[in-house]
Write a protein that binds this ligand. Structure first.
Ligand SMILES: Nc1nc2c(ncn2[C@@H]2O[C@H](COP(=O)(O)OP(=O)(O)OP(=O)(O)O)[C@@H](O)[C@H]2O)c(=O)[nH]1
Ligand SMILES: [Mg+2]
Length: 661
């Protein structure tokens, strides 16, 4: 019954594997024909690596006990013929849990102990240190044993108030719940901080990752979950209950964590109205039931401020039963098939267009450059053939005159090269300045200053002021970088125009570098941070754990943006320089070739015919090369026109540089 979702995801997987194959084909082609360089190779390897590990994450969020886990059980684990993940009345899921499949690891449940909160490491960092995790092997052949093992996710334990506080739980927020039968100063806290289930499910094998979360207003929610994991998910499913409707705390979660950064929520998030089976009243006709459900859906859409078609009425409980019993009528009534179909549509096209854009951004220029080079060689060979044909029956004098002309041209090229060399050294100085502005030492200094500002003033106002200074600082850094980028662009354009002499048939186009994507990421981070700062978890500032962690996550995301921007600028610096160098080298090589063959013909007029035959063979081979590289380019570059309203991947990433404001 997960067919529509499965076939769409499997199709996506095949498509991304094909993309990897086409990129590999280009690499082989480039190597065979001498177009490769170690820098290009490195870029291609990195791209292939990241495409291979690409995943699609669906996060399931909402208030406690709305049926988030029940939904995951019904959508993905009905084949276990039972409820696989713990789902029960009251608060059940105690820590965020990722469901994925990594074929390099055996099926397992990996658990991160709550004690790791005492170290400053983030969950993302701890994922790289397996020793910190407790691993339980899972046997996919025995759903009963698996379900028992997965109960760990719901486990809590009793600790002293002091210990709870040290682990980031706060007494004043009502997070301490007295242990039943325990002493007065003990409380229940989750045993685990994070869980990863590695399970060979066909859907997970396509690269799908499901993130189940505890109720987001639950005690001790980690800033990392809301500041990092949710924004990184491609789709967020927000779960509500038909029994409760949209409560105040549902709405707070929606506004604080789901809607933020996802704009009007046109793609990338939608709401589920779960438990509609409670409206299936035997005393009502099916039309009356439908009307009641529709009314609640409309009301939900109104309160959340989204379109009606982004609210899906479902019954996770009946959906699971329907799947286990293969009852298609009940399945349709549960709303799950419609949800699955929508999930695929929400997830796949946006990701496809993003990946296409990325591939184009990373290697589109490399391939286009190679294509332009082959085209130039082809045109030059045509010229040579024409030139040599016109020499048939001419005297030595004519050949000498042609040789002299070429030698003059060669000398003028050499002069042009010298002036290019000095412009080049200015350009590389300017690029050096740009990279200096983006050096991580600047952001690190800003981080250290902000931390100092915050220290001793962990008050709402203190944090607000420090945050404003931090983001003001990043904005100023970006402005300085932007001005430098504009300067370099001007320089590069002049150099390109000089090189693009009239006889060149393949105009060089300078590659652009845009800060837009980085700046909008910083703005989104600022919005996310502001929302988190105002969220219930932060209201009481004595929670040092949360504030401290908030700071770590915030700055690590900002630092990451600057790191990527530095990498992008570095790659840009190389990619503007490279085509000019190649053009000059190519010119020189072709000129030498022409002079050499003229020399041979001058010495022996008889060899003219042979040389023409040779050049014709070269021409055929170049035409084949051009066809091959064009075919590869077509496969990897994005369509120039996107369907209505859809995002245009490449433009988003490498649009024109901003003007200095
Ligand atoms: N009637 C009905 N009950 C449901 C449905 N889905 C879930 N429930 C019940 O709702 C309760 C909570 O379900 P969970 O799946 O644990 O909810 P959750 O959102 O994961 O809760 P936490 O993990 O604690 O945040 C359980 O008793 C489920 O049996 C449904 O479609 N219909
Ligand atoms: Mg749950």
């Amino acid at each position: 019954m997960t067919n529509s979702l499965f076939s769409r995801l499997a199709g996506y997987r095949r498509w991304s594997l094909d993309l990897i194959r086409f990129i590999g084909e280009y690499q082989d082609w480039a190597e065979r024909h001498g177009f490769g360089s170690s820098e290009d190779d490195l870029r291609i390897y990195e791209l292939i690596d990241s495409l291979k590990s690409d995943s699609l994450t669906v996060a399931v969020v909402g208030e406690v006990s709305r049926g988030k886990t029940a939904l995951i059980n019904a959508l993905f684990f009905a084949n276990a013929n039972r409820q696989l993940l713990p789902s029960d009345a009251g608060r059940t899921t105690m820590c965020p849990m990722e469901l994925l499949y990594d074929e390099r690891q055996p099926p397992s449940l990996r658990l991160l102990p709550m004690e790791t909160r005492k170290s400053p490491l983030t969950i993302a960092e701890l994922k790289r240190t397996p020793i910190q995790w407790t691993t339980v092997e899972l046997d996919p052949g025995s759903p009963k044993d698996m379900a028992a093992a997965l109960q760990e996710i719901a486990r809590t334990r009793s600790v002293s108030f002091a210990e709870a506080k040290a682990l980031g739980f706060s007494r004043s927020q009502g997070e301490f719940v007295r242990t039943s039968g325990g002493s007065d100063d003990t409380t229940e806290i989750p045993v685990w901080r994070h869980a990863i289930v590695n399970y060979p499910h066909p859907l997970l094998k396509t690269g799908l990752v499901i993130l189940d979360t505890p109720g987001l207003n639950s005690p001790g929610t980690e800033p990392e979950l809301t500041l990092n994991m949710l924004p990184a998910a491609q789709t967020v499913m927000f779960v509500l209950g038909a029994d409760t409707g949209v409560t105040r705390s549902d709405l707070a979660i929606w506004n604080d964590y789901v809607r933020t950064g996802r704009g009007a929520c046109d793609t990338g998030c939608f709401a589920l109205l779960n438990k509609i089976d409670i409206l299936w009243d035997d005393l009502r006709t099916s039309d009356e039931i439908q009307t009641a459900i529709e009314q609640q859906v409309l009301e939900t859409a109104r309160v959340l401020g989204i379109a009606r078609d982004r609210v899906f009425p479902v019954s996770a409980q009946k959906g699971l039963i329907a799947k286990i019993k293969a009852d298609f009528v009940l399945a349709a009534k549960s709303g799950l098939p419609a949800l699955e179909a929508h999930l695929a549509e929400d997830l796949v096209p946006a990701r496809e267009s993003y990946l296409r854009g990325r591939v184009d951004h990373e290697i589109g220029d490399i391939v286009r450059r190679a294509e332009a080079l082959v085209a130039g060689r082809l045109a030059d060979t045509d010229d040579q053939i024409g030139e040599l044909r016109s020499l048939g029956g001419k005297s030595q004098d004519v050949i000498q005159a042609l040789t002299t002309r070429l030698q003059t041209e060669k000398a003028s090229n050499a002069r042009q090269f010298e002036s290019f060399q000095s412009a080049r050294s200015i350009l590389s100085d300017q690029i050096g300045i740009l990279l200096g502005y983006l050096d991580l030492e600047h952001i690190d200094r800003l981080i250290a200053d902000t931390r100092r500002d915050m220290q001793g003033s962990w008050t709402t106002l203190g944090i607000k002021a420090a945050m404003a200074r931090f983001f003001g600082g990043t904005e100023a850094m970006m402005d300085r970088v932007n001005k430098q980028v504009q300067q370099i662009r001007g320089l590069v354009e002049t150099m390109y125009v000089k090189l693009d002499t009239a006889e060149d048939r393949t105009r060089l186009r300078p590659v652009g570098f845009s800060l837009l994507a980085y700046r909008s990421e910083l703005r989104r981070l600022q919005d996310d941070a502001e929302t988190f700062r105002n969220s219930p978890a932060m209201v009481l500032t004595e929670q040092h754990f949360v504030i401290d962690r908030f700071f770590i996550i915030l700055v690590s995301r900002a630092r990451d943006i600057f790191e990527r921007c530095h990498g992008g600028a570095k790659a840009w610096g190389k990619s503007v320089m490279m085509p000019m160098m190649t053009r000059i080298r190519e010119h020189r090589m072709l000129m030498e070739q022409r002079l050499h063959s003229l020399g041979r013909i001058r010495d022996n007029l008889e060899s003219l015919g042979d040389r023409i035959v040779e050049l014709e063979a070269t021409r055929r081979s170049l035409a084949d090369q051009r066809r091959a590289v064009k075919a590869i380019l077509e496969k990897i570059s994005p369509p120039t026109r996107c369907p209505d309203g859809e995002k245009k991947g490449p433009e988003e990433i490498s649009g024109p540089a901003e003007t200095v404001s």
